[in-house]
Design a protein around this ligand. Sequence first.
Ligand SMILES: C[S@@+](CC[C@H](N)C(=O)[O-])C[C@H]1O[C@@H](n2cnc3c(N)ncnc32)[C@H](O)[C@@H]1O
Length: 198
Amino acid sequence: MHHPTLARFYDTFLWPGERLGMAAQRDRLVGGLVGRVLEVAVGTGLNLPHYPATVSLDAVEIDPHMLRKARRRVPQAICEVRLHEADVHRLPFRDGTFDHVVVSLALCTIPDPVEALGEMARVIRPGGDLRLLEHVRSASPGRSRWQGRIAPVWSRVAGGCRIDQDTESVLAAAGYTIVDIWRSNGGGMIQGVARPPA
Ligand SMILES: C[S@@+](CC[C@H](N)C(=O)[O-])C[C@H]1O[C@@H](n2cnc3c(N)ncnc32)[C@H](O)[C@@H]1O
């Protein structure tokens, strides 16, 4: 997957949202983590400055254009970071390697999220968990209708993103149990912790 234009403008496009609360959400997503962490679909690395020093981080990304931007952001991280060009459907790590897997704004773009969640479950150690921050199909009927209308165009400009995906159902289909969830007003964003199937 190569999206040079998306990679070029991604940070600019997200900048207003980051200022209006996404950066704080990213802090909440990864702020308290300790141990070995895998971030999948790291994109341009917007989460990297938010990890605490208590983390040893591996991060994968399939698009080399995104990965190049993430590499430039590594000096902003205060934890150890290793970046890898890899597909989340085939992670280059042994079973049970990680205490936590982190995913943000990406379950909507990964081509087969159920299969990818299975692969993430494989590399999470027993007792570990998945931390996620995702935009999802709105709980408001008006907004979800609007999401459905723009979905085809949105997918083309946003690298295949499914703006109207019901990600909680995707997690359930992959056998995950949600143990903590925050839903934004109108239900367009979720942040949470999910345990992989045993
Ligand atoms: C909307 S961006 C999110 C980037 C970042 N996680 C963030 O929070 O800003 C989605 C990312 O998922 C990546 N991606 C999509 N399919 C992937 C796959 N199969 N393996 C790894 N990364 C993938 C895309 O290349 C893109 O960088």
